[in-house]
Design a protein around this ligand. Structure first.
Ligand SMILES: NC(=O)c1ccc[n+]([C@@H]2O[C@H](COP(=O)([O-])OP(=O)(O)OC[C@H]3O[C@@H](n4cnc5c(N)ncnc54)[C@H](OP(=O)(O)O)[C@@H]3O)[C@@H](O)[C@H]2O)c1
Length: 262
């Protein structure tokens, strides 16, 4: 990735989509990986491709009890982590007037609380890596957020808000631990994965999971404060975030008619 030295990374949401593609790229680069998600069979399939590099650690990131002392309980031999990629996530859309409060709870419990629990679980191991490296090479937290946070999107009251909360959490965490751990939210556009396979609306500038993984890792090399990928959607949405009246009066009505969101 950023050097030839073998590093040890934890990747959540590794059983599918972007997390799986990132795991494959990083294993090809020779790094050691601990891969997590709920479906053990999918993780085992990934491991079978790189048996010397990958260890599986099935867990439900939304389960606070399971996540508390996750590594101490399930991998007591692990002493440090060089970085983590938080890719576990779910998306459910809201169809008003049904506020579907259960959907809000499910989405927040994985996307927001799951992120917090994962960071809490990994923090001692990342700090240990910072001590060992004596500031020469900072450990990191990379979290998959969403460009849906830039503006209000129809039907995204639960998903978009959970990703905005996740991004804020990561920014705030950087303010506290940034001197020893790099914290990098990834504002992601549309990626072809099982998550977006449910969408029946146009997804501008959609890219493959492999393109997403390569793009994230390329931008990551410079350790930016945030990653925006792909750039074209970032530019379009940034433009409208400066001209919100135009967004809500002109773009959103057209999106609503086509059942669109992000
Ligand atoms: N695809 C996009 O267009 C897009 C855009 C912006 C942001 N993102 C974000 O990118 C991340 C990856 O999304 P994706 O598109 O790759 O989706 P995906 O293919 O559906 O993958 C989601 C991953 O999260 C895991 N997961 C879900 N709930 C979990 C839980 N409770 N505990 C542990 N793991 C859990 C799933 O594995 P199990 O089912 O095995 O648990 C799976 O590995 C998500 O955070 C998503 O919000 C995606």
């Amino acid at each position: 990735m950023e050097s030839q030295t073998q590093q040890t990374y934890w990747i959540t949401g590794a059983s599918s989509g972007i997390g799986q593609a990132l795991s494959t790229e990083l294993a090809k680069q020779g790094h050691k990986l601990i891969v997590s998600s709920r479906k053990r069979e999918e993780l085992d399939k990934l491991r079978s491709k790189f048996p010397d590099l990958i260890e599986v650690l099935p867990c439900d990131v939304s389960n606070r009890q399971e996540m508390e002392n996750l590594f101490g309980t399930k991998m007591p031999e692990l002493k440090s982590l060089d970085g983590i990629f938080l890719c576990a996530g779910v998306c459910e859309y809201i169809d008003l007037p049904d506020f579907n409060l259960d959907a809000f709870q499910r989405v927040f419990s994985v996307n927001y609380h799951g992120t917090v629990y994962s960071c809490a679980a990994a923090h001692p191991l990342l700090s240990q890596s910072a001590v060992q490296n004596q500031g020469k090479k900072k450990p990191f937290i990379v979290g998959l957020c969403s460009m849906s946070s830039y503006l209000g999107f129809p039907r995204a009251e639960a998903y978009g808000a959970s990703k905005a909360a996740m991004a804020y959490f990561l920014d705030s965490l950087r303010a506290d631990v940034g001197d020893i751990i790099d914290v990098i939210p990834v504002y992601m556009g549309f990626v072809e994965t099982p998550m977006t396979a449910q969408n029946n609306f146009p997804m501008p500038f959609i890219i493959s999971a492999e393109q997403a993984a390569k793009g994230i890792l390329k931008q990551f090399r410079k350790r930016p404060l945030r990653i925006n990928f792909p750039l074209r959607l970032h530019l379009v949405l940034s433009f409208f975030s400066k001209l919100q009246r135009l967004w809500y009066l002109s773009v959103i009505p057209r999106m609503r008619r086509s059942g669109s969101n992000i």
